[in-house]
Write a protein that binds this ligand. Structure first.
Ligand SMILES: Cc1cc2nc3c(=O)[nH]c(=O)nc-3n(C[C@H](O)[C@H](O)[C@H](O)COP(=O)(O)O)c2cc1C
Length: 432
């Protein structure tokens, strides 16, 4: 059968390494066990040819180190894996984006083991993948999804790219706009599930991002609500102008009040646009700063642990040294760490900017309220001739009450970021 390679560098896998023959070993439906506390990695060249690995990988995969060295990574490919996943993996890596994915692998004996893998470009053309044992309920969801996509590949003859599109559609059905959003969520779920299983401490930098991310979402929602309230007020004022035009007396006063209110309203609505933090994400690799930051921070912690574990393992065989690999792991960890700290700093700075804009908004609304009071006084004077004006004024009062309540919600979210994020931890990490 003609296989369409998902590897974009069209490596002739079978020709390159004798161990590649292991691909034809029959699969058995038996899981190869490994500990949730274990982590393992492999480093490849730009074609996915293995250049380095650790002992845990050797043990689980069941190959000798010498068999892994120089072998194409697809020697551990399991036939239950849809091509779509590898298409996404290579698409991300070629884009310079780290890729997190659930992967079912095959041991030399044909057994299987699931991992959540985070593959990263190293900046020199090589790639590094660090893996953990998935323990969250998401694995079941993804395993079913892979089954469905694999079936579509087999029955509809989808190309890897078309299959990746199909898979992305299903991921969107699960509530993730882009793959980057999905992988950030999945990694966080796995990271937390693993942490709880092994009884490790909670990381305060992750809770910082959690607080920022949670409240940034709330802010987006509350600011949208506020904008809608102001859109409705604009309609109310348009009604007031129509009403004024029909008045037998007091027409010009009411019209003047409505005009002033309208002008102020326009200023406020323009100002509100500066508060609009709606984000639009396209393509596979876009996600919010917070989501990226979750992903990077979890990866950074995993790489730190990977380095720790690796230092306790025996020496590496093959062409590379333990020192060199430790250096590569550490360098990658530092890159992720620096970027995620920058994301926390950005989150705090954004909240500070919003705070200043909300303060300014409050002053503008105070001005608007003054005009509303003038309108209320006028409605009292024209009680007999301007029937119906009372009703408009009452609706304006409701609008102002709603806006006050909405501003409080916004303030609560801003406070949660500014007061809830542990900035001393930030300081400590920056010293690292
Ligand atoms: C860093 C890195 C790690 C990889 N890890 C795996 C892996 O664990 N299992 C796997 O099947 N493929 C892995 N791949 C992808 C393989 O290179 C290959 O694309 C995949 O096995 C599909 O091979 P095929 O197109 O020949 O079927 C990895 C690639 C890279 C760059």
């Amino acid at each position: 059968m003609n296989r369409i390679p998902t590897d974009p560098f069209t490596l002739d896998h079978d020709a390159i390494h004798p161990a590649a023959g292991a691909r034809s070993v029959p699969e058995v439906n038996v899981e190869e066990p490994f500990g949730v506390e274990e982590l393992f990695f492999s480093r490849t060249d730009k074609r996915g040819v293995i250049e380095a690995y650790n002992e845990v990988f050797v043990r689980i995969a069941g190959f000798a180190g010498s068999e892994l060295q120089g072998a194409p990574h697809n020697i551990i490919r399991h036939s239950d894996m849809p091509k779509a996943v590898f298409w996404v993996l290579w698409n991300g890596l070629k884009n310079g984006s780290p890729v997190g994915a659930y992967v079912k692998n095959k041991t030399k004996e044909g057994k299987y083991y699931w991992v959540f893998a985070i593959a990263s470009p190293l900046g020199n053309g090589d790639f590094l993948s660090v893996r953990l044992k998935p323990t969250s309920p998401l694995l079941g969801v993804v395993s079913d999804l892979y089954g469905e996509i694999l079936h579509a590949e087999q029955t509809e003859g989808l190309s890897p790219e078309d299959s990746a599109k199909r898979m992305m559609g299903r991921i969107q059905d699960l509530g993730f706009q882009t793959y980057a959003m999905f992988q950030a969520h999945a990694l966080f779920e796995e990271f937390e599930s693993r942490r709880k299983t092994i009884g490790a401490k909670q990381f305060s930098d992750l809770s910082n991002i959690h607080t920022i991310s949670d409240n940034a979402t709330k802010l987006r929602h509350e600011i949208t609500e506020l904008s809608e309230q102001f859109d409705n007020a604009a309609l109310l004022i348009a009604n007031m102008k129509i009403f004024a035009a029909k008045l037998p007396e007091g027409r010009s006063t009411i019209n003047e009040i409505a005009k002033n209110y309208d002008l102020m309203l326009r200023d406020i609505r323009n100002h509100l646009k500066t508060l609009d933090i709606q984000e639009d994400f396209n393509g596979l690799w876009e996600a919010s700063r917070d989501q990226n930051s979750f992903f990077m921070l979890c990866t950074s912690h995993l790489l730190e642990e990977m380095c720790d574990n690796f230092s306790k393992e025996g020496c590496l065989g093959g062409k590379t040294s333990k020192e060199d690999e430790t250096h590569i792991l550490n360098k990658l960890r530092n890159t992720y760490n620096t970027k995620s700290i920058a994301a926390v700093v950005h989150g705090i700075q954004s909240a500070m900017v919003i705070q200043r804009r909300v303060d300014f908004l409050r002053r503008m609304i105070l001005g608007l309220s003054t005009i509303r009071i003038a309108c209320r006084v006028e409605a009292g004077t024209l009680r007999d001739t301007a029937k119906g004006l009372d009703n408009i004024v009452a609706r304006l009062d409701d609008f102002h009450d709603d806006v006050e309540a909405q501003l409080e919600k916004i303030q609560t979210a801003v406070n949660a970021i500014l007061k809830g994020v542990d900035r001393s931890i930030l300081g400590e990490r920056e010293k690292d």
